[in-house]
Design a protein around this ligand. Structure first.
Ligand code: 5RP
Length: 233
């Protein structure tokens, strides 16, 4: 049976084709990098294509920040040295995947549970680039929307949210509990404000267009570049 999310998306892609599209988008994003840049690296299977694409470019004087231990380990294996975000004095660019992208550049992120760090890194960057296969493009965002919750009083927080479920034994690297909001999304700005205003919610996976500079979506016709709501340069 198709999931509710699948009904809002493009037709499902075969696994191999999806990986090929992720790779195309990742390579296009790697081409945006220049020597000496400070780069934020996202988390997920699309970013897993990005890391070797960056390493292959053999850029000089690069500095990298990571959004997760998983990305950090993979980057280190490729010779991309990760630094503490706070020691970098900001980022020139951050590149990350997304679970859903709507026509106005609202995103749902956090399928991999790294949403809070991903949002911090994206907002620390002058330019935030989203990379995705075309099946991530949806006409309307739908649940689940990932959440990171404070452990203290988590049952009270879940009760306040009403339509939220804890993911079994999933904790962020910062000790937060990962959950999913499973109610209707409706207007993402209204839901974003409601989730942010709920005590116990550390952050949520709705990213507004004002955070997004460029979206690179790869599909049968190559890589399509869409503008977000954050100007480049
Ligand atoms: C991880 C994320 C990912 O960017 C998002 O889940 C997309 O993942 P993938 O590239 O594996 O499809 O937000 O927390």
């Amino acid at each position: 049976m198709a999931s509710p999310r699948a009904t809002a998306r493009q037709p499902p892609l075969s696994g191999a084709l999806r990986e090929r599209y992720k790779d195309l988008a990742a390579k296009a994003a790697a081409e945006m990098l220049e020597d000496g840049m400070r780069v934020g690296l996202g988390t997920g299977t699309t970013v897993a294509h990005l890391l070797p694409a960056i390493a292959e470019r053999e850029l000089r004087g690069m500095r990298y920040a990571s959004t997760s231990p998983r990305t950090e380990q993979a980057a280190l294996k490729l010779g991309l040295k990760i630094e503490d975000l706070d020691q970098m004095g900001g980022l020139d660019i951050a590149i990350d995947g997304a679970d859903q992208i709507d026509p106005s550049a609202w995103l749902v992120k956090g399928g991999g549970g790294a949403l809070t760090r991903e949002k911090i890194v994206a907002s620390a960057a002058e330019v935030f680039v989203v990379i995705a296969s075309e099946d991530k493009s949806v006409s309307q965002l739908s649940p689940p929307v990932p959440l990171e919750l404070i452990r203290f009083g988590v049952r009270c927080t879940l009760a306040k949210l009403a339509d939220a479920r804890l993911r079994d034994a999933v904790e962020s690297p910062d000790g937060g509990l990962i959950a999913d909001y499973v109610g209707a999304v409706g207007d993402p700005r209204e839901l974003s404000a409601r989730l942010s205003a709920t005590p116990g919610v550390i952050d949520h996976g709705l990213f507004g267009p004002e955070m997004v500079s460029v979206i690179l979506i790869a599909g049968a016709h190559g890589v399509q570049r869409r503008a977000g709501g954050k100007p480049v340069g």
